[in-house]
Design a protein around this ligand. Structure first.
Ligand code: GLU
Length: 424
């Protein structure tokens, strides 16, 4: 008899959301009780205090986490988030989603996620370097190229991955590029990794629009979040011929029905660091952006932005989840009941990032490097296969697309656990 554990450690809105998604999927595929909780709950976590010497001589202690959800299908894999609203429950939910994502697209990885409770914009470059190095120093015995491989996420980037790789390499006494992915190319980063998530989102949007018989030339796109993923998605979709009519960051949202000049927005962002007061479009609210009449709405920032408050008001035809967990379960129900919006679920939609992370890790382990075209062609091949599997699962069981994707991901993790057996 299995008795469900209730996690006090991770309890939070977002962790409960990930758990309910799991329960629904596990019920849909009648996952045996003997395997359910083992598959559902995170395997282990580490919480660390990170003292950082500030430029003014004072010391601030930040809190950091790493949650390894699943190690049964390969080394755990997932990004590290630097954000002021990070909690261990959020990191656990994100780690769970990494497990289903890697498994869905067929990568030999488990799932993990890390986070530090910090607003990185409030740190000087030196402070940011010290924090990043200290995080890796504390994680040295928890991570490893064959145990748990880190990567960028919200608030972290190539530079931070470079410092972390250097810290780990100094500890083990030799260069160890496979400890993190999303590194600068000069130290073993992969061609195409920086744009991989956005390129994957855009590719899948293109594929689903084709299924819906909507021409790219008639497609308007609103993107919530203009960080690495949002901006790369915008560039790729606009190269395909779509018109980007709205973009936003945490300082404001902007709308231009004629299409936003992306070069101008990126130049503005380069110099100003934020979109606040961007003059290439009309300012609107974040809520207005989400409810804009457009062909494709792309949440590309944080979790839980499409809720029961705005789901009925969405005016898009396709909702492409570039962020992890942007749609609450209540909103999901509303969208399903409406029946007029197609949805590309996060675990499929944004998988391009971790797919090219896998390619980067392979290149590091074999010391043999690929060209950009090769990387992108292989990325699109993996996405095609995953999309076909999700489409087939939908057709076979009449599942929503999210349920189809989650059941495939969860089943594969559960199968691996069953095949390995339970250590007595
Ligand atoms: N942080 C990204 C994600 O949520 C990428 C993870 C990775 O490349 O390991 O999928």
């Amino acid at each position: 008899m299995s008795k469900a554990i209730v996690s006090t450690l991770y309890d939070s809105d977002v962790f409960r959301m990930a758990c309910r998604q799991f329960d629904k999927a596990a019920d849909a595929i009648s996952l045996p009780e003997t395997i359910r909780d083992r598959t559902k709950y995170p395997r282990r976590c580490l919480a660390v205090a990170l003292p950082v010497k500030r430029d003014d001589g004072s010391v601030t202690v930040f809190e950091g986490y790493r949650v390894q959800h699943n190690l049964s299908t390969g080394p755990a894999k997932g990004g590290i988030r630097f954000h002021q609203s990070v909690t261990i429950g959020e990191v656990a939910a994100l780690a769970m989603w990494m497990s289903w994502k890697c498994s869905l697209v067929g990568l030999p990885y488990g799932g993990a996620k890390g986070g530090v409770v910090v607003d990185p914009n409030q740190l000087s470059p030196t402070e940011l370097e010290h924090l990043s190095r200290r995080y890796m120093q504390e994680m040295v015995n928890f991570l490893g190229p064959h145990t748990d491989v880190a990567a960028p996420d919200v608030g972290t980037n190539e530079k931070i991955m470079g410092w972390m790789m250097d810290t780990y390499s100094n500890h083990v006494g030799h260069i160890s590029p496979a400890i993190v992915t999303g590194k600068p190319i000069a130290i073993g980063g992969s061609q195409g990794r920086r744009e991989a998530t956005g390129a994957g989102v855009a590719y899948l949007v293109k594929k689903y629009l084709a299924d819906m018989k909507i021409p790219l030339g008639k497609t308007t796109v609103a993107i919530q979040g203009f960080g690495n993923v949002g901006s790369e998605t915008a560039l790729a979709l606009s190269a395909y011929g779509a018109k980007i009519v709205a973009i936003s960051d945490y300082t404001g949202a902007f709308y231009n029905p004629k299409g936003i000049d992306l070069k101008r927005a990126l130049t503005y962002l380069h110099y100003q660091k934020v979109l606040r007061d961007f003059d290439g479009a009309e300012p609107i609210t974040n809520e207005q952006l989400l409810e804009l009449k457009c062909t494709v709405l792309i949440p590309a920032a944080l979790e839980r932005v499409i809720t029961d408050k705005n789901a009925a008001k969405l005016q898009c035809r396709l909702l492409a989840e570039a962020a992890n967990g942007p749609t609450t379960n209540a909103a999901d129900k509303i969208i399903e009941a409406r029946g007029d919006i197609e949805l590309i679920p996060d675990v499929l939609c944004n998988a391009g990032g971790v797919i090219v992370s896998y390619f980067e890790w392979l290149q590091n382990l074999s010391n043999f490097y690929w060209g950009r075209d090769e990387v992108l062609t292989k990325l699109f091949g993996v996405l095609d296969k995953a999309k076909a599997a999700v489409d087939a699962q939908q057709d076979k069981f009449k599942f929503s697309r999210r349920l189809a994707a989650l059941t495939l991901g969860i089943q594969r993790v559960a199968d691996a656990k069953a095949a390995r057996g339970l250590f007595p």
